[in-house]
Design a protein around this ligand. Structure first.
Ligand SMILES: Nc1ncnc2c1ncn2[C@@H]1O[C@H](COP(=O)(O)OP(=O)(O)O)[C@@H](O)[C@H]1O
Ligand SMILES: [Mg+2]
Length: 225
């Protein structure tokens, strides 16, 4: 489903501050896999995740998503593909803090013309059940939630468009040990329902939850388990 071949990423190409972050990334992921990507800071983990999620372009090489070369797609095709394939979650949750739980979760549906207005509420409430958020939290401002609850809202928002792949950038980086465990269990159960997960982490204990662990070093990626 996801195939990267000899992918390179250079920031500020041709300028004095040019920097080659990814040199030669060869990497494939099949449907239903749960993998993690490790590496020290500034090695390009987030950059790679953003390339996979089609929100960052690559300088050279090939990235095929479901057989289509991503750099050949026009903006419209790219945004359709992005909406169809990916849900993102981040360390800092990235919620709209002064809006309530319901509005945060339904936000991506505002850009999805395939979901009818009447279906939205049922879909949001079902996803709240799935991620373990009590339905009576729907009107609560997200700024008033605990870190674990915020990440559940962010995961629900990532799931609302039925993505094929969840891209998670340090999803437990702001959580304590107990919360970390329950969020990882949640990701695992989502994966068992057929959603692929690509999770960036620098924590080996967190990485152990995935089926395969990759390491980024010197602009290259390799399997370490
Ligand atoms: N838009 C950008 N322009 C220039 N340099 C960038 C940009 N984004 C990231 N970088 C640099 O690329 C390197 C890798 O960043 P990143 O992918 O965020 O690493 P990681 O997630 O592994 O910590 C860092 O040195 C960062 O400063
Ligand atoms: Mg990062």
């Amino acid at each position: 489903m996801i195939n990267l071949n000899n992918v390179q990423k250079i920031f500020n190409k041709g300028k004095a501050n040019e920097i080659e972050i990814l040199k030669d990334i060869d990497f494939s992921i099949s449907k239903g896999e749960f993998i993690s990507i490790m590496g020290t800071s500034d090695t390009g983990k987030s950059t790679l995740l953003n390339i996979i999620g089609c929100i960052e372009n690559y300088t050279s090489g090939s990235y095929k998503l479901n057989g289509k070369e991503v750099k050949n797609l026009n903006d419209k095709e790219l945004s359709n593909l992005r909406n169809e394939y990916f849900g993102f979650i981040f360390q800092e949750f990235m919620l709209i803090e002064n809006e309530n739980v319901y509005d945060n979760i339904m936000n991506p549906l505002l850009f999805n013309s395939n979901v009818r207005y009447k279906e939205i509420r049922e879909r949001v409430l079902n996803i709240m059940d799935l991620v373990g958020l009590e339905r009576n939290l729907e009107k609560k401002k997200t700024s008033l939630l605990s870190g674990g609850q915020k990440q559940r809202v962010a995961i629900a928002r990532a799931l609302v468009n039925n993505p094929k792949v969840i891209l998670a950038d340090e999803p437990t980086g702001s959580l304590d040990v107990g919360m970390t465990g329950s969020i990882l269990e949640l990701l695992k159960s989502i994966n068992q329902q057929g959603v692929s997960i690509i999770m960036v982490t620098h924590d080996p204990q967190v990485a152990k939850f995935s089926d395969n662990i990759y390491m980024i070093e010197s602009g290259k990626i390799h399997l370490i388990n």
